[in-house]
Design a protein around this ligand. Structure first.
Ligand code: PEP
Ligand code: MN
Length: 348
């Protein structure tokens, strides 16, 4: 259920309503839209309790949300949500580019690549300190040391950080460093991880599971939101198909379908979809064309020696080419590449 508040409702009305919702054993979530204030209710299974809310001061209407995902649904919030990460805005109509190495390998490598992507116009720095690897023998990431390196790279470039968290036990640690926590494709349905990340309340970049349906993806976003993380950005990174010419198949069709059902921003990761550098730019453009709010891109200046995913990393010049052509395509679509890059001092 959602409660739509009257335009003249006061903070006191809102407090009283939230109190009543809690008395009923449910959880209220305040959602401030452009021209209306809505309180989403989770924890209920139907419309029971509705009559206890309808007569309260400031309450205009109590509506049942038909979708199984409530807080992520456009029924709850018709206008697009804007997710602010250290001053960078996802979903405001412009294109946000997150770029950096797949993994933090060394301090020098990370700072070098962070400067390369910052100089070429990236808005967020990506890079994994905790890596979910298929092989237990492969490089697993530098852990906390990697987070310290990322924080130093942020200090130098002013770029906010998005970095992956792979298990519930390190959510607090990763949250101390990251501006945005990434949930990887393999963990999209790790519900205990989603709960812990949700409780932290920081912005989240949640990658679509490699075999997840749109509804499953929205239900995972709902886990995050219902536990307290309302600033969720979803990332399409390719799904598993019979294809052998690419690492995955970038499902561009999910972007308009997602936007129809949800108010949350959605970006694409052409690097993990493609698996090879040559096809990253065309996939990125396909994603932008389909309406994506941003890109997540692997960049490396020495990909032959990269510890993770070298073949799909764009070289610095390739990243520059991507930024140039993405800017042109965005302009043609009436968007621009977000230019606001917060200064270090402004973010302190
Ligand atoms: C990543 O972006 O570093 C990553 C591991 O991607 P995915 O979870 O999509 O495989
Ligand atoms: Mn990778």
């Amino acid at each position: 259920m959602i409660v739509i508040m009257d335009v003249h409702a006061t903070e006191k009305d809102l407090e009283r309503l939230n109190e009543r919702i809690r008395e009923l054993g449910y959880t209220p979530h305040t959602i401030r839209g452009d021209d209306r204030l809505v309180v989403g209710i989770t924890g209920n299974t139907g419309t029971e309790g509705r009559m206890h809310l309808e007569g309260l001061p400031g309450v205009l209407q109590v509506i049942r949300i038909t979708k199984p995902y409530k807080l992520a649904s456009r029924e709850t919030k018709p206008e697009n949500s804007v997710v602010d990460v250290g001053g960078v805005k996802f979903g405001d109509g412009n294109l946000v580019v997150c770029a950096g190495p797949c993994a933090v390998e060394t301090r020098e490598q990370t700072i070098r690549i962070a400067k390369i992507v910052a100089d070429r116009g990236a808005h967020l720095l990506r890079g994994g300190a905790f890596k979910p690897r298929t092989s237990p023998y492969a490089f697993q990431g530098l852990g906390e040391k990697g987070l310290e390196i990322l924080a130093e790279a942020r200090e130098i470039t002013g770029l906010p950080l998005v970095t992956e968290v792979v298990d519930p036990g390190t959510v607090t640690l990763v949250g101390q460093y990251a501006d945005m926590l990434q949930i990887g494709t393999r963990n999209m349905q790790n519900f205990s991880l989603l709960r812990e990340v949700g409780k932290l309340g920081k912005p989240v970049l949640m990658k679509r599971g490699m075999s997840a349906t749109l509804e499953e993806t929205l239900m995972s976003a709902e886990y995050l939101m219902s536990h307290g993380a309302h600033d969720v950005v979803v990332c399409e990174r390719g799904v598993r198909t019979f294809t052998s010419h690419a690492r995955n198949t970038l499902d561009v069709s999910v972007i308009p379908a997602f936007k129809k059902l949800s108010h949350l921003p959605i970006i694409v990761d052409p690097s993990h979809a493609s698996g090879s550098r040559e096809t990253v730019i065309p996939l990125a453009l396909a994603g932008i064309g389909a309406g994506a709010d941003g890109l997540l891109v692997d960049v490396h200046d020495d990909p032959d020696h990269a510890l993770v995913d070298g073949p799909q990393a764009l070289l610095p010049d390739g990243f520059q080419d991507l930024m140039d052509v993405a800017a042109r395509v965005s302009t043609a679509l009436g968007k621009s590449i977000a230019s606001h890059r917060p200064a270090v001092a402004e973010r302190a």
